[in-house]
Ligand binder design. Structure first.
Ligand code: PLP
Length: 409
């Protein structure tokens, strides 16, 4: 792929059917934001929505808003909207808690649903919280966590596997896993599969129903643009739901929360996966982000995501500056971010940030850029390529300040 010129970028942006969406976000004035896979940008509509939620619903409505403003229904209502982005039925998705807690709930539920099986299976290098949650669930439920490389994962599924835990789009490599094939392989041996869609939802086509998926979780603050610490979502297939028990039982997951009974009876459907009171303000922000995404046709989002990624790969490789592609070259096998390995990746990313090109570094040596098709443009890519050219040609990354590490990378 030849490097993208500014003129070509302008032409591609002029033809982009998603172009009008960019104006509906607040974006940094002087630099492309290429980290929407870590924290999505702020939709302008979210600010008005939050003001209304706080001033009118909370400030004026107070406790009556649980019914009158639909607060109680918000987890299921927003879940039903997210369902449309991930190939699920409306009643198969609910919004609650963080991805980490939802991993705990569904991994625990999977262990309880497969009582004779002693193993949670995952891959080394999976997202840390997924592995930490799996380790903790294994300890709490008397199971063991086994890790097998992705190339050997199918062979590693056996009669002892209770649940296979995989991330659909890998957070570093952007490798997109074959959900249908891996789910079928697990089912052939009687195991359940839990998919983490944190880097998939709103970014790549996901067809949970088509893949026969059992369980899934995902994040609200990446491509769904729900804001920092947005509540996460969880999915259980309609067929599986009746047999699942939420080990993190709480009153909001009770069949009759306002009957105030002493004993726990799980609610019908996905409501049983709620634990405590839903984060109403966070749900309002997430709903505004999801509503905006749902306005943009998926086929257009996917095509543009792939085109942006290809343009970035072509541009970086044309610089011939020692970067090695660490993501699939075939966009159909890739998520919506691209990682390049470089021994100086940390300092290079800092030098790019100093030029207002915001991407991120992932240890040990990856420069990772995320492309959110709803607000990134081809001009963003052209500017990032030009900035990277300057950073490499001028060896700007050598400045000592660019090697100092903050707490959050
Ligand atoms: C972002 C991400 C998470 C986030 O978990 P939190 O509980 O929201 O901090 C989990 N898993 C994966 C794969 C992610 O990419």
């Amino acid at each position: 792929v030849p490097a993208l010129t500014a003129a070509e970028a302008e032409r591609l942006d002029a033809d982009d059917p998603l172009r009008p969406f960019r104006r509906r976000f607040r974006l940094p004035p002087d630099g492309p934001y290429l980290d929407g896979n870590s924290l999505g940008a702020l939709p302008l509509a979210t600010m008005a929505r939050l003001t209304a939620t706080v001033e009118d619903e909370w400030g004026t409505g107070l406790v009556t808003s649980w019914n009158a403003a639909g607060w109680f229904e918000a987890p299921a209502r927003v879940g039903a909207k997210i369902a449309r982005l991930i190939g699920a039925a409306a009643e198969e998705v609910i919004v609650a808690d963080s991805t980490t807690l939802n991993l705990w709930k569904l991994l625990g539920a999977a262990c309880l649903a497969r009582p004779g099986r002693g193993t949670i299976l995952s891959e080394p290098g999976n997202f840390p919280t997924d592995l930490y949650a799996a380790e903790g669930v294994a300890r709490a439920f008397g199971r063991r966590l086994r890790l097998a490389d992705i190339a050997e994962i199918t062979a590693a599924i056996d009669e002892d596997t209770a649940v296979l835990l995989l991330t659909h789009v890998h957070y570093k490599s952007a490798d997109c896993r074959d959900m249908a094939a891996l789910t079928a392989a697990a089912h052939a041996r009687g195991a359940l599969v839990l998919w983490d869609l944190s880097h998939s939802a709103g970014a790549v086509p996901v067809d949970l129903r088509g893949a026969g998926a059992d369980l899934a979780v995902g994040c609200g603050y990446k491509y769904l643009n729900g804001g920092p610490g947005a509540p996460a979502f969880l999915f259980a297939s309609a067929a599986l739901q009746p047999s699942l028990v939420n080990p993190l039982s709480g009153w909001m997951g009770h069949a009759a929360p306002f009957a105030f009974e002493d004993g726990f009876r799980g609610a019908e459907g996905m409501r049983r996966f709620l634990a405590g009171t839903p984060p109403v303000i966070g749900l309002a922000a997430l709903e505004a982000g999801v509503d905006l995404l749902l306005e943009a046709p998926e086929a257009q989002r996917v095509a543009k995501s792939r085109a942006l990624g290809q343009a970035w790969i072509g541009g970086v490789e044309a610089l011939d500056a020692g970067f090695t592609l660490a993501s699939p070259r075939d966009p159909a096998l890739r998520g919506s971010h691209v990682s390049f390995a470089h021994p100086q990746a940390f300092a290079i990313v800092q030098a790019l940030i100093a030029r207002s090109i915001v991407g991120d570094f992932r240890a040990p040596d990856l420069m990772r850029m995320g492309f959110a098709p709803i607000y990134n443009s081809f001009a963003d890519i052209a500017r990032a390529i030009e900035a990277l050219r300057l950073v490499m040609a001028g060896e700007e990354w050598r400045r000592p300040a660019f090697s100092e590490r903050g707490t959050v990378t």
